[in-house]
Design a binder for this molecule. Structure first.
Ligand SMILES: CC(=O)N[C@H](C=O)[C@@H](O)[C@H](O)[C@H](O)CO
Ligand SMILES: CC(=O)C(=O)O
Length: 334
């Protein structure tokens, strides 16, 4: 996808782009070191139910590959004002969370919390990693800065082979943030961990009292439907993560969605949610078909996080920069 490179927008990555693209003067450069709003204090307000769209945030980077914190304030405003998206999922797949250092992940989490204060409804921080101590450190950090939720993927080098092993791992992370809603991030195409979520739910509250729901990034709608059928009391949230078939997930009862495309197709996808709720299924289908046409087109060209960064830079005008290796800059590709 070479398109974003020739738009005249300041897309870092071209050889000449030694100077970072202009960004508005940040209100504040340094990230806070002290907790912003400790949990468990008297300031705790009842949790708003998470519904609707959650943008899986991109991690903006400078042309030389460092995280670019000063553009996050502008990014928050863009999501809220231009896309009508008020929830974010930070340091996940789209955010290249597993390609960042622990220090970078903490700085990003702090900046999203700080810039999102009074603007965003929910900031969920992904704290998954390949080893338990890092997950736990990130979970404690997310709790200390007042994150609205944490999420964890299954470790995917040494993999849990059954439900009990996976839950044991998740439990050790969740218990480090005992007041923070916990989400399991199910993404078998990337982790290779295919343990069915429906099975995982059995008895989960007893082991993980903070268990709040699942970010479900798999095409297996039977598993999702069985989860929802089990969740009769509605205590859990199921946030769907395959944007091109969200309508199918809504039909079986998904509560909302987390995805990369809500960064730039948030407004349109919100219209699909509205049509579905009305209900005007024919209109909802038209919106889903639009997303499908777009994604089908870009998937053929090779679509992933690198391309998401280029598309978002093009659409929003906010310089997202190149991805980090092993991903390569899509705005450089011929
Ligand atoms: C693998 C991956 O990145 N999945 C994202 C979230 O889970 C989705 O939002 C996709 O980017 C989107 O559905 C396009 O395929
Ligand atoms: C898509 C998603 O939720 C993620 O990037 O983690």
């Amino acid at each position: 996808m070479g398109r974003a490179g020739c738009t005249g927008l300041a897309v870092p990555g071209s050889a000449a782009a030694a100077v970072p693209a202009p960004v508005p003067a940040p209100a504040r450069l340094a990230v806070p070191t002290a907790p912003l709003e400790p949990r468990g204090s008297s300031s705790m307000t009842p949790r708003k139910k998470l519904k609707g769209l959650v943008a899986a945030t991109i991690t903006p980077m400078t042309p030389d590959g460092k995280i670019n914190l000063p553009v996050i304030g502008q990014y928050v405003d863009y999501l809220v004002n231009e896309q009508n998206v008020k929830n974010v999922f930070v340091n996940g797949t789209t955010g290249e969370g597993l390609s960042l250092s622990i220090q970078e992940r903490k700085q990003l989490a702090e900046e999203w919390m700080y810039q999102g204060k009074d603007k965003l409804d929910h900031v969920i921080i992904h704290v998954g990693a390949l080893n338990l101590p890092e997950c736990q450190e990130l979970a404690r950090h997310a709790a200390a800065i007042g994150a609205g939720g944490i999420a964890v993927i299954a470790p995917f080098f040494f993999k849990p082979t059954n439900k009990d092993e996976l839950v044991a791992f998740l439990q050790k992370v969740a218990s480090e943030a005992p007041e923070v809603p916990f989400y399991y991030y199910h993404i078998p195409p990337l982790t290779g961990v295919k343990i069915r979520v429906e099975e995982l739910l059995d008895g989960i509250k007893a082991q993980i009292p903070t268990f709040q729901g699942v970010k479900f990034s798999d095409t297996d709608l039977l598993d999702l439907a069985q989860c929802i059928n089990k969740n009769k009391t509605g205590e859990f949230e199921f946030l769907y993560g395959v944007d091109e078939q969200l309508l199918g997930a809504l039909a079986v009862g998904a509560n909302g969605a987390v995805g990369s495309t809500y960064n730039y197709l948030g407004r349109q996808t919100n219209l699909m949610l509205q049509a579905f709720a009305k209900p005007d299924f024919a209109l909802a289908q038209q919106y889903q078909f639009l997303t499908g046409e777009f994604l089908n087109f870009v998937i053929k060209l090779g679509f992933g996080v690198a391309q998401t960064k280029a598309v978002m830079t093009f659409v929003s005008g906010i310089p997202m920069g190149p991805p980090r290796l092993p991903l390569v800059d899509a705005s450089r590709q011929k």
